[in-house]
Write a protein that binds this ligand. Structure first.
Ligand code: NAD
Length: 692
C-alpha cells in the first residue's frame, strides 16, 4: 500500500498557492492549507475542492500564532512544507515596512521552529526575483542567473532575502538534515484553464495583467503604462512573464527533486523560475487585447520610481536540475486570465452571498452559505448533506431547519432539508440484484431500506461550494460529493454534483442533480427533502390551513409494509382540475404517497434534465398569503405531510414534496431503466420551488 505524502501549503488560499495545490493533488500528494486570509478568500479553497475532487483540510491560522500553527503539526503527519504565505506588495512595503518584516520574517521563523520540533525537514520557499534588485547595474547579468549578486531595493525584497539567509544558516547548522529549495519567481500571470481559480487582488491591482483585466471588465477606466522611453523594442520595460500553472509545476519539480535526495544528505539551493524570454509591457498589452477581443484604453505616463529596463530570468539551472521549463506562453496566459476574469468579474468576493459557521469552531467545510443574502428571497445551504437549511420569502422563513450542523446528525433523523441519495425513497426489504450480484442494504425503515440507509447523503459533508453570481438576479452554489462503494453499501464509486440556482426576481430556487458512476452500475434516485411550512411567520408550528393541489391523484398502491403492490389507485387529494384545494388540518388528511405525473407513462430515462419542468404540486396558506409551486422533470413525486416528524420538530410541523423516480423502481422490471446508472452515463434531475 502506498501512503500519500502530506504537504503543508502555507498561503494556499492565495494566487500561486491555490494553483500549486491543484498540481500537488494531481501528482498524488495530499494537502493541508494554512492561511490567515489577509489577502485571499476561503472560496478559493472551496473551489479547489471541486476542481480536485478532494477534501482539503484548511486552517485559518496566522503563521505568527505559534499555538494555532502547532495544532496543525499535531493533527497531521506533515512530510514537507511549501511556504507561500507572506505580504507581497512592493509599494506597500515601503509604507509599512515593520508590518512586512513582522509578518514575513516572524511567520517564517515560527514555521521553521515547529518544523524542527516535528522533524519536518523538507521546505520549498517562495522567493522572488526582487532579491536581485536592479540586475542591470552589472554588465552581463541579463538574463539573470542565480549567481547574480543580491541587492533588493525595497522592504518586501529585504524580507525575501532575509528569509533566504535564515534558510542558508539553518541548512549550514544541520547539513545532513535540511532539504531546502529556494524558488525565485519572475512575473507570474494567468489563471487556471478551468476558469475556477485565479488572481483576486484586493483593492487596486499592482500588476499589469490583473489591472488590464479589471479595465476590460469595466471595473477601471484605463491602463497606465509607466514610461515608453526605455531602450527596448517599443520603449516599454521588459519582464519575464510566467504562466502560473507552469510556476505551480515548478514546485512539484522541486519537491520531487528534494524527495529524490538521499535520506542522509541535505541541500539548500536556489532556482530561478522564469521562462527565459522577455516581453515588453506593450507586447503583453497586445496579447491581452487579442485574447479578450477588447481594445483596452491606455495612457502613457512617466516612469515609475524603481522600475528598470529588463528583468529576464536565466532559467537554465531549473531546466537542467529540476527537469522543469515553461510550456505555456504569454498568449495562453492572457486567454486563461480572460476566462477567469469574464467568468468571475468580481473574483471570489460577491455581494449577495454571505457565510456563517454551522459548527462551534471556525470550521470552513461546515459553513452555512446564504445566497441572495440581503434580498427579498434568499437560501441558506450547508455543506453537510448539501442541505437547504433555510429559505426566506420576503423575510419570512418557509422551511424547517436547524441552527447548528450537529443537530442534523441525530440518529432519529428526519432528513430535514437534505439532499437524498444515493437512493431516495424505499427499497423493499433493502434488497436488489445488479451487476450479477445480490445486494442487501441495512434495514432502517420498518422492513425496508429508506433514503440510502446508513450511507445516506444527509450525513455526508459535500465538497465546495463554487459560488457565483452569473446575472444581477441569480446566485448559484455548486456542491460535489465523491461517494465510494465502501461508505455506502451500494456498488460503484459515485461522483455527484448538486447545483442550487436562486433567482431573487422570479423567487425561484432550482436544484439540479447530476451523477456519474465508475467501476460498476448503481441504483440511483436523488431528491431534496425540504419540509415547508408556509405560515411560520404567524407562529404556526403546524401545516394546518395549507391548501394543496397536485397534478394527478393517481398513486402507487402499497401494502402494509409500504411496498408497491403493482396496482394504481386514486387518492383523496385535490388535483389542478378541481375547483377546491385539499386543506391540510392539524390531524389530517395524512399523506406519505408516491404519485404519478403521468400514470400511463413507463419511465426509463436516467437523465430527465431535458424534459420540460412540470408543475406537480401547489401549496398556499391564506394567512401568510404565500404560494409555493413545486415543478420537476421527474416522473413522480412523494407527498408527505410530516406525520412522523421528529428530532426537535412536531408531527405535521412541515410537509414535503419530493420529486423523483418511482418508489422501489429498482425491483420492478417495468421501471428499473429509470434508476440504474451505468459507467459512462449521466444521471440527471431537476426540481424547482417557486414562490409568489
Ligand atoms: P497571495 O497574496 O495571493 O498569497 C499569499 C497568501 O498568504 C494569502 O492568501 C495571504 O492571505 C496569506 N498570508 C499572508 N501572511 C500570512 C500569515 N502571516 N499567516 C498566514 N497566511 C498569510 O500572493 P501570491 O501572489 O500567491 O504569492 C505567494 C508567494 O509568492 C508570496 O510569498 C509572494 O511574496 C511570492 N511571490 C509572488 C510573486 C507575484 O508576483 N505574485 C512574485 C514573486 C514571489
Amino acid at each position: 500500500m502506498t501512503t500519500q505524502k502530506r504537504v503543508l501549503v502555507t498561503g494556499g488560499a492565495g494566487y500561486i498557492g491555490s494553483h500549486t495545490v491543484v498540481e500537488l493533488i494531481e501528482n498524488g500528494y495530499e494537502c493541508v492549507i494554512v492561511d490567515n486570509l489577509c489577502n485571499s478568500s476561503y472560496d478559493s479553497v472551496a473551489r479547489l475542492e471541486i476542481l480536485t475532487k478532494h477534501h482539503i483540510p484548511f486552517y485559518k491560522v496566522d503563521l505568527c500564532d505559534h499555538d494555532g500553527l502547532e495544532k496543525v503539526f499535531q493533527e497531521h503527519n506533515i512530510d514537507s512544507v511549501i511556504h507561500f504565505a507572506g505580504l507581497k506588495a512592493v509599494g506597500e512595503s515601503t509604507q509599512i515596512p515593520l508590518t512586512y518584516y513582522h509578518n514575513n520574517i516572524l511567520g517564517t521563523l515560527v514555521l521553521l521552529e515547529l518544523m524542527q520540533k516535528y522533524h519536518v525537514e523538507k521546505f520549498v520557499f517562495s522567493s522572488s526575483a526582487t532579491v536581485y534588485g536592479d540586475a542591470t547595474r552589472f554588465p552581463d547579468m541579463i538574463p539573470i542567473p542565480e549567481e547574480c549578486p543580491l541587492g533588493p531595493t525595497n522592504p518586501y525584497g529585504q524580507t525575501k532575502l532575509g528569509i533566504e539567509n535564515i534558510l542558508r544558516d539553518l541548512y549550514n547548522s544541520q547539513k545532513d538534515i535540511w532539504k531546502v529549495a529556494i524558488l525565485r519567481y519572475f512575473n507570474p500571470i494567468g489563471a487556471h484553464p478551468s476558469g475556477l481559480i485565479g488572481e483576486d487582488p484586493l483593492g487596486i491591482p499592482n500588476n499589469l495583467l490583473p489591472y488590464m483585466a479589471q479595465v476590460a471588465v469595466g471595473r477601471r477606466e484605463k491602463l497606465y503604462v509607466f514610461g515608453n522611453d526605455y531602450d527596448s523594442r517599443d520603449g516599454t520595460p521588459i519582464r519575464d512573464y510566467i504562466h502560473v500553472v507552469d510556476l505551480a509545476k515548478g514546485h512539484i519539480a522541486s519537491l520531487k527533486y528534494l524527495d529524490a535526495i538521499d535520506q542522509k544528505t541535505g541541500i539548500c539551493r536556489e532556482w530561478n523560475l522564469g521562462s527565459g524570454t522577455g516581453s515588453t509591457v506593450l507586447e503583453v498589452y497586445r496579447a491581452f487585447c487579442d485574447a479578450s477581443g477588447i481594445e483596452i484604453p491606455y495612457e502613457i505616463t512617466g516612469r515609475r520610481a524603481g522600475d528598470v529596463l529588463n528583468l529576464t530570468a536565466k532559467p537554465d539551472r531549473a531546466t537542467k536540475e529540476l527537469k522543469w521549463k515553461t510550456e505555456l506562453d504569454v498568449s495562453i496566459a492572457c486567454k486563461d486570465l480572460w476566462k477567469w476574469a469574464t467568468e468571475n468579474p468580481f473574483g471570489y468576493q460577491l455581494n449577495g452571498i454571505s457565510a456563517t459557521f454551522g459548527t462551534d469552531e471556525e470550521e470552513f467545510d461546515g459553513r452555512f452559505v446564504t445566497i441572495g443574502s440581503g434580498s427579498r428571497f434568499q437560501a441558506t445551504i450547508a455543506n453537510l448533506g448539501a442541505t437547504l437549511v433555510d429559505l426566506k420569502v420576503d423575510g419570512q422563513s418557509v422551511v424547517l431547519g436547524y441552527e447548528k450542523e450537529s443537530q442534523y446528525l441525530t440518529p432519529d433523523t428526519c432528513y430535514i432539508g437534505a439532499t437524498i441519495g444515493r437512493y431516495a425513497n424505499r427499497i423493499a426489504h433493502g434488497k436488489f440484484a445488479l451487476n450479477g450480484k445480490d445486494y442487501q442494504l441495512t434495514i432502517n425503515n420498518g422492513v425496508n431500506a429508506n433514503h440510502g440507509s446508513i450511507g445516506s447523503f444527509h450525513a455526508k459533508r459535500f465538497l465546495g461550494p463554487i459560488l457565483k453570481n452569473p446575472t444581477k438576479d441569480t446566485f448559484t452554489a455548486e456542491y460535489a460529493l465523491i461517494d465510494n462503494s465502501e461508505d455506502s453499501e451500494f456498488p460503484g464509486s459515485l461522483q455527484v454534483i448538486v447545483n442550487y440556482t436562486l433567482n431573487v426576481a422570479t423567487k425561484t430556487l432550482d436544484i439540479e442533480y447530476t451523477a456519474q458512476v465508475e467501476v460498476e452500475a448503481t441504483p440511483i434516485n436523488m431528491t431534496n427533502h425540504t419540509y415547508f411550512n408556509l405560515n411560520k411567520l404567524y407562529g404556526s408550528d403546524s401545516i394546518a390551513g395549507t391548501e394543496i393541489k397536485v397534478i394527478s391523484n393517481k398513486s402507487i398502491d402499497v401494502d402494509e409494509n409500504v411496498i408497491p403492490t403493482g396496482k394504481i389507485v386514486d387518492r383523496e387529494i385535490a388535483t389542478f382540475d378541481d375547483s377546491k384545494p385539499t386543506v391540510l388540518g392539524k390531524e389530517g388528511p395524512d399523506y406519505d404517497y408516491n404519485f404519478f405525473v403521468d400514470a400511463t407513462a413507463t419511465p426509463n430515462q436516467i437523465d430527465t434534465r431535458g424534459n420540460e419542468l412540470k408543475l406537480v404540486t401547489t401549496a398556499y396558506h391564506p394567512e401568510s398569503n404565500i404560494k409555493l409551486e413545486v415543478s420537476s422533470t421527474e416522473p413522480s413525486y412523494q407527498v408527505y405531510t410530516g406525520d412522523w416528524l421528529c428530532a426537535g420538530f412536531h408531527p405535521r410541523q412541515g410537509f414535503a414534496v419530493e420529486p423523483g423516480r418511482y418508489v422501489n423502481a429498482i425491483n420492478q422490471d417495468k421501471y428499473k431503466g429509470s434508476v440504474i446508472l451505468k459507467p459512462g452515463e449521466t444521471f440527471g434531475a431537476k426540481i424547482q420551488y417557486k414562490f409568489s
